[in-house]
Design a binder for this molecule. Structure first.
Ligand code: HEC
Ligand code: HEC
Ligand code: HEC
Ligand code: HEC
Ligand code: HEC
Length: 213
């Protein structure tokens, strides 16, 4: 009985303490999402506006913060540094938390337009005093959600950006399958869905070690 209770409380602690999650990196200014969303009543897109074609969102810079901090909490050292940066037209080098490599296609706009919520990929940001990587951005986690929501899982969905002369090296039906020596008739979809995470990983492994075309 004692053992069971102990196990249970350890489990609960791991859940709310996030013991197994990566820690939040130190930021140049200790920005607090919970305070700004719950107390200052700001919305995500007040600070993270859609940029360009909507693939990425912006990271806020001092002029935006100074809309309030020209008069709010001006005695705090962090706010004084913020004011100095605004005056010198410096930007704050926020330490990035979520990142995908350049050979991966990812767009915020298409994901939010399809009804995916910020929290599904970034956790309950409005409850957080600091941002940590709560959900991994690796290939397995992208594909897990795509499979669950019936979104496409062919290699070229996410790797089409590498395409040269209209040909993607990850082309689901052609080049990549030849390089992976997958028998014709098997689609990339059958490689990634089904039961076999292992087959997908070994496909990626084989791709990495295949000679460049
Ligand atoms: C809509 C107004 C508003 C905007 C815009 C705003 N803040 Fe704040 N901020 C507040 C309020 C309100 C507080 C709480 C002040 C207090 O506790 O006295 C605060 C507090 C802070 C603090 C002190 C936090 C603490 O724990 O004591 C920092 C640092 C801060 N803000 C940074 C920023 C940065 C960086 C930006 C821009 C990315 C920003 N703020 C934009 C309203 C705003
Ligand atoms: C007052 C401005 C402000 C608001 C409002 C705001 N953020 Fe942020 N956000 C920031 C700042 C500043 C950073 C960089 C510092 C940090 O990570 O805390 C950041 C960082 C992030 C990051 C990490 C980005 C990366 O990869 O490095 C995510 C994710 C994020 N915010 C999501 C949200 C979501 C979701 C909301 C709404 C629920 C929101 N933010 C509302 C200012 C804001
Ligand atoms: C389907 C998952 C997903 C959803 C939904 C999502 N994000 Fe992201 N977010 C990501 C990924 C992946 C990255 C890294 C993108 C990159 O490196 O280009 C990222 C990066 C960011 C960044 C850093 C700046 C950037 O564009 O790279 C911020 C800020 C952010 N997200 C905020 C938000 C907010 C606010 C929402 C809701 C309006 C949201 N995200 C919805 C997955 C998501
Ligand atoms: C929370 C669930 C979820 C996660 C996590 C997710 N996706 Fe998606 N993604 C979707 C859904 C749903 C669609 C279908 C959108 C549509 O049909 O309009 C989609 C569509 C796409 C598309 C095709 C549309 C476009 O933007 O060109 C790409 C590419 C894509 N996702 C890349 C990624 C990558 C890369 C990751 C991981 C970094 C990822 N997704 C993580 C749910 C998710
Ligand atoms: C839903 C999006 C998505 C799909 C579909 C997808 N990938 Fe990826 N892939 C990614 C992301 C995101 C990364 C970067 C992983 C990281 O940052 O760790 C990646 C990385 C890779 C890498 C680099 C090595 C590695 O394992 O990190 C290879 C090789 C690769 N993918 C091959 C493939 C092949 C082959 C397919 C089809 C069977 C495929 N990918 C389908 C999103 C996807």
């Amino acid at each position: 009985m004692f053992v069971i209770l102990f196990g249970l409380s350890a489990g609960l602690r791991a859940q709310d303490g996030g013991a197994s999650k990566p820690a939040a990196p130190a930021q140049p200014i200790a920005f607090n999402h919970k305070l700004h969303i719950q107390t200052a009543k700001l919305e995500c897109n007040d600070c993270h506006e859609s940029r360009g074609d909507g693939s990425t969102v912006s990271m806020p810079q001092p002029p935006k913060c100074m809309l309030c901090h020209a008069s709010v909490a001006t005695d705090k050292p962090d706010i004084q540094r913020l004011a100095a940066a605004a005056k010198n037209e410096d930007s704050i080098p926020w330490v990035r938390v979520y990142r995908v490599p350049s050979f991966v296609t990812f767009s915020h706009k298409t994901h939010t337009a399809a009804g995916n919520k910020c929290e599904e990929c970034h956790g309950p940001v409005a409850e957080r005093t600091a941002i940590a990587l709560e959900h991994p951005t690796n290939m397995g986690s992208c594909i897990a959600c795509h499979s669950a929501k019936q979104a496409p899982t062919g290699c070229d969905t996410c790797h089409g950006i590498m395409s040269k002369n209209g040909h993607s090296p990850f082309d689901a039906d052609g080049v990549v399958l030849a390089r992976l020596q997958v028998p014709s008739g098997k689609t990339s979809k059958s490689m990634v869905s089904g039961s076999s995470e292992e087959r997908r990983l070994s496909a990626a492994e084989a791709f990495l070690h295949a000679p460049m075309l």
